[in-house]
Ligand binder design. Sequence first.
Ligand code: NDP
Length: 292
Amino acid sequence: MTARIIDGKALAERVRGEIAEHAARLAQRGEQPCLAVLLVGADPASAVYVRNKVAGCEKAGIRSLRFDYPGDVAPAVVMAKLAELNADPSVHGILVQLPLPPQFDEAAVLEAISVDKDVDGFHAENVGRLSQNQEAFIPCTPHGVIKMLEAEHVPLAGAEAVVVGRSNIVGKPMAMLLTNAGATVTVCHSRTRDLAFHTRRADILVAAIGKPRFLTGDLIKPGAVVIDVGINRLTEGPDAGKLCGDVDFDSAVQVASAITPVPGGVGPMTITMLLENTVISAARALRRKEAE
Ligand code: NDP
């Protein structure tokens, strides 16, 4: 048996269509959704992500503002721009592309974004709200994963879910979302003693490790649903230059019941959820204005 391939690209296109309709309705009512994106430095991967985010906005009818700074910019300059954007009622979402150069205190920058415009969901207050299962901006990548699991009708309540990776942007919020959905969640990381013991128990296995083809088929429970968040560029071997995930697709596809490919799996859903958060923020802003 080979696994069903979960088509993240197709789902992302469908959801983006709905987002574009919502954005158009808001614009008609005088509230055109707007996302501000700040990029510091010349990291090529960050530049690609920012370009894709801006292009995604354009296609969905979301206005975007882009601010680029040299890698040696003084943090005060970026903080001043954030204060200006926080105060601008025509801006609904603010995103600072990570990672930031060493002169920045990343946590302080994330805290400086208004909670109401924190469409990445990285502000400590949004993280706290998510952990309490309250309404919050949810980090885009794990939110996209949940959308995919729902679209695939994967039962979450009662499922054994194992998340490999405990980063603030993927692993931890993923674990919280799965917990909120009723799964029994195990979080593994580089200090986990017996990774295979855990991964082989998973009905749902989420890989967010940053190591190419790390999780092989022998680590996967037969029939599991495998979600590969990893995006790695291979530097050697016959596939050098190609993108791959944290899961060894060729062996995993023989064991799993469903699996996301890389590219074309989780990746397209991430920007989709960013667009959704921006439109939700604009809708909330309009509701607040109408209530005044
Ligand atoms: P981080 O490097 O921040 O976190 C990686 C996690 O994997 C850490 O918790 C680390 O453990 C754990 N880990 C590393 N080695 C092992 C190991 N041998 N065994 C078990 N756990 C291990 O990465 P991110 O969370 O930011 O990203 C993960 C992957 O997802 C990357 O490939 C990234 O490119 C991709 N990504 C994809 C996105 C998308 O849109 N699809 C968005 C964001 C990221 P420890 O904490 O102990 O160090």
